[in-house]
Design a binder for this molecule. Structure first.
Ligand SMILES: C=CC1=C(C)c2cc3[nH]c(cc4nc(cc5[nH]c(cc1n2)c(C)c5CCC(=O)O)C(CCC(=O)O)=C4C)c(C)c3C=C
Ligand SMILES: [Fe+2]
Ligand SMILES: [Fe+2]
Length: 348
């Protein structure tokens, strides 16, 4: 069969989580409302979700979150958005299609990003959810939202989605190199702290119903791995430490940022910080590979709060290793992953 080539204009949309408009309590409240009312984040039936979010969480959390945001906010705005924009600018210099950003929550939204591309005449978009590991509360909700917007507002636009890339060698090489450069000379352990998710989310998104959140997540192969966030975090860690030639005994994996009373995947990062100094780990390096850009959860929860918890418990040196952010080697990875998907458009 003869190959046909699409001449339509192409573009790239980089999607990240999003931040409040400002550190004002009302903006933080509005952001948390949109975020936590997402049925893929708090996955209760609407009425129970509304009771929990609007009846309880939004009554107490916004002032506390606003204070936390104030400690990381920059003159240009939220670190997460500022860094995503830096990634965009650098990528734009390397590719000959338009690149825009969109956030799952708040502005600039996914709709704003698609519109910006559509206004430039783009009708084939590669959408890159900037999450290395799959989760219902990240990759899945981004795709759901983008499809909703596309069908409703831009039915003539085609979107190709980049899949989680935790198992791509180019990404692992890039992450390992970045960590290698930033590791202190002496450390007793390197802790990989990933954002947590409720255990229920993993059971829910496992189409094979074979993951029991025990050893199966660390097995070389299991049918559930494609949608198992816990497995994908373990796999990221395992392949990175192989590249770094680090013994497993020097490595800790944990999960941070839990919310509410449900059981989240364990062990919990904050509890680990409080217990490991007593086991002789006094010099700790910490990296957060669920995030490609630094944000509230790394800059405040880990670098400030986490350091405090660790040193209060007897730890001596706490060394936070920043995310990939706009490092050139990471931008090259973003470019490669985007080009792979752009190429799929050329063949119609
Ligand atoms: C990296 C992947 C992320 C997963 C998985 C995730 C799940 C998840 N998060 C919450 C609740 C909150 N997360 C918050 C901040 C936040 N979360 C991520 C990423 C993931 N979340 C990022 C990048 C950020 C930082 C955003 C920023 O502006 O810098 C917050 C808001 C902050 C706060 O009030 O503490 C909440 C709340 C849930 C419930 C969840 C899975 C169910
Ligand atoms: Fe699993
Ligand atoms: Fe989160």
């Amino acid at each position: 069969m003869e190959k046909e080539f699409s001449n339509s204009k192409k573009g790239i949309l980089l999607v990240n989580l999003g931040s409040p408009k400002s550190t004002d309590v009302k903006d933080v409240k509005e952001y948390l409302d949109e975020f936590l009312m997402d049925e893929r984040v708090i996955d209760y039936r609407w009425i129970f979700r509304a009771l929990l979010v609007q009846g309880i969480i939004l009554k107490t959390r916004p002032p506390k979150s606003a204070e936390a945001y104030k400690t990381v906010w920059t003159d240009e705005g939220s670190p997460l958005i500022v860094i995503t924009e830096k990634i965009r600018k650098k990528l734009q210099k390397l590719v000959d299609v338009s690149v825009e950003i969109g956030m799952r929550y708040a502005e600039p939204s996914i709709e704003t990003g698609i519109r910006a591309l559509a206004e430039k005449g783009v009708s084939e978009i590669v959408l890159f959810p900037l999450y290395p590991q799959y989760a219902m509360s990240t990759t899945e909700t981004v795709i759901e939202k983008a499809e909703e917007v596309r069908k409703l507002k831009f039915p003539g636009v085609k979107i190709n989605y980049i899949q989680p890339f935790y198992n791509r060698e180019i990404y692992i090489d890039c992450l390992a190199e970045s960590i290698r450069e930033k590791l202190p000379e002496h450390f007793d352990a390197l802790q990989f702290s990933y954002h947590g998710v409720p255990e229920r989310h993993i059971y829910k998104t496992d189409p094979t119903k074979t993951c029991n959140l025990n050893d199966c997540c660390s097995r070389e192969s299991n049918p559930s791995h494609q949608f198992c966030y816990r497995h994908q975090c373990f796999k990221t860690t395992e392949t990175v430490i192989e590249k770094l030639n680090l013994p497993k005994e020097k490595v800790i994996v944990s999960f941070q940022s839990r919310l509410g009373k449900d059981k989240w995947i364990e062990p919990y990062t904050d509890e680990t910080f409080e217990t490991i100094p007593k086991k002789g780990i006094k010099n700790l390096a910490v990296v957060c590979p669920a995030f490609v850009s630094d944000c509230l959860e790394t800059l405040e929860e880990i670098s400030v709060e986490g350091k405090h918890q660790f040193t209060e418990a007897g730890g001596e040196n706490f060394h936070y290793i920043p995310c990939l952010n706009d490092e050139d080697r990471w931008i090259e990875v973003v470019k490669t992953l985007c080009e792979e998907k752009l190429n799929e458009f050329y063949l119609v």
